[in-house]
Design a protein around this ligand. Structure first.
Ligand SMILES: [Zn+2]
Length: 295
């Protein structure tokens, strides 16, 4: 599942390749991918002959800022990749994958294709003069971006002081901080030396400072290496990232910890698998008593 670094990688690729491209037309091949508007005709009415000015990322959402021929706002194109969505910038002559859900014909014989095997991904066309949040309601629930000044140690401390659930589950909550998913949350907790099962309100200030630093560092490192190899992530030209080769704990159940050699454990928390080193990530805390949770 694409997380912040993968979506950021896609965003940067789209800015390089599709800025100033005009959407000539296209086709909706799977109606359920279209989140707004509900009519295909209206979707293309909004998008035909508009220019992609720039792409922005917010959490795991992508937003293309659009303008018309007169340089006036033509609204936004919103995308959420969810589990398996990919945006690919390819030659129109290239054969379309059968998992292509929507494609956009652009200048110079190029196409922007939304390919999505699991079909959970969504696309919105937001009309001008409407705040995207009013239609893409998931945007309203997002906490601060991890690289923004709003995401400070004191913000994190204040939020976690009220948190009576496992830290792993809390990190996945997009209201705390936007963009963290299962892979990077495991990696962040390993780098911070904190068990995923620990409750947020039991953390000391030095642990919160470390956690804050590692959230930023792990995500920056992953962006620098172009996203992960997990979940078959591909950038907009179809290239695979390379972060997966250096994962500390994610996907490494029963493999030796890269620091101490202890075997990495995997448990279920909030329905998601969590990987950790029992040695490097502190003592088993009092909130975690049930050995039957181990799998
Ligand atoms: Zn270890």
């Amino acid at each position: 599942m694409p997380e912040l670094p993968e979506v950021e990688t896609v965003c940067r690729g789209l800015n390089q390749l599709t800025s100033n491209q005009v959407i000539k037309g296209g086709e909706v091949l799977l109606l359920s991918t279209l989140a707004y508007p509900f009519s295909v005709d209206q979707f293309w009415q909004q998008l035909r002959n508009v220019r992609i000015q720039t792409w922005q990322r917010r959490g795991k959402y992508l937003l293309a800022v659009l303008e018309n021929a007169a340089g006036k706002s033509a609204g936004y194109l919103g995308v959420h990749l969810r589990m398996t969505g990919q945006l690919l910038w390819v030659k129109a002559t290239e054969e379309r994958s059968r998992h292509t859900r929507i494609y956009f014909e652009c200048d110079n014989g190029q196409e922007l294709r939304f390919v999505d095997i699991r079909t959970f991904g969504k696309i919105w066309a937001i009309p001008p003069d409407i705040n995207p949040e009013t239609i893409m309601t998931g945007l309203q629930k997002l906490g601060p971006e991890p690289f923004s000044t709003d995401f400070s140690v004191s913000y994190l401390q204040q939020k976690l002081s009220k948190s009576q659930r496992s830290l792993k589950t809390t990190l996945l909550d997009q209201r705390l901080v936007a963009g963290l998913g299962n892979i990077y949350a495991d990696e962040v907790l390993f780098r911070s030396g904190i068990r995923p099962t620990v409750f947020g309100n039991t953390l000391r200030l030095n642990q919160i400072e470390k956690l804050h630093q590692m959230i930023i560092e792990v995500l920056e490192t992953a962006i620098a290496s172009g996203g992960t190899t997990f979940s078959d992530f591909r950038d907009v030209t179809g290239i695979n990232g390379n972060y997966g080769g250096v994962a500390w704990v994610y996907g490494r159940k029963d493999e030796p910890c890269r620091v101490c050699g202890t075997l990495i454990e995997r448990i279920k928390l909030g329905g998601r698998s969590s990987h950790f080193c029992p040695q490097c990530q502190g003592e088993r805390d009092s909130n975690f008593r049930n050995n039957s949770n181990l799998n």
